[in-house]
Design a protein around this ligand. Sequence first.
Ligand SMILES: Cc1cc2nc3c(=O)[nH]c(=O)nc-3n(C[C@H](O)[C@H](O)[C@H](O)COP(=O)(O)O)c2cc1C
Length: 215
Amino acid sequence: MTKPAALGQFSAAFRNDFSELLRWRRDVRSFRNDPVDEAALSRCLDTFTLAPSVGLSQPSRIVKVVSPQARQATLENFQRANEKALAGYEGETAQAYANLKLAGLKEAPVQLAVFCDEATEQGKGLGVQTMPEMLHYSVVSAIMQFWLMLRAEGIGLGWVSILDPKALCASLNTPQNWSLVGYLCIGYPEEITREPELERAGWEHRNAHPEIIEC
Ligand SMILES: Cc1cc2nc3c(=O)[nH]c(=O)nc-3n(C[C@H](O)[C@H](O)[C@H](O)COP(=O)(O)O)c2cc1C
């Protein structure tokens, strides 16, 4: 008998599909330029409120970057940061790095800057006394499930971290206590694949098993 997901019971078929979803999730850098379905995007954004967060603090803050000026500032920020990053490599590795496409900032129809509100009073400080970084991890958890939900809707996400966060906060004029966690490029992917792009480019390969030690 099929288990009813609406009652919190998940079937073997669902587990299999979920596992496939994890395998088919990709970091996307090449997007089609057709607009993203608004209703689908809205469903995905709602998952932010379902995410785990330390003390139930819900510290994610989302800025939808729409204006051409703000997008241009992000693109230039990335280009500067990427040039600096390239300068840190030598020889064949530098050549390989230069050939990678590491952001879809020119073409992604939807762009979100996701911040952590470090001054949030929600959660009353539970769980962050000794490890304040837990607030940031909470935002990462929310992004992760947003990413999966997008993928389930056929929408791709590319996480851009090659940015100067201070300059980005200045160009987006965000509150002082917000720190950047992820700049997300979103749209329909140009291609659908099971292999990470960096793996296909020969930059790095994915380990088949997690490293686990016992103590
Ligand atoms: C926190 C974080 C930051 C990332 N930043 C970048 C980035 O700036 N540029 C990029 O091309 N990929 C970025 N990625 C994507 C990774 O390169 C990608 O997840 C990895 O190569 C595995 O590929 P997959 O996500 O398609 O499985 C980032 C991923 C994470 C989780």
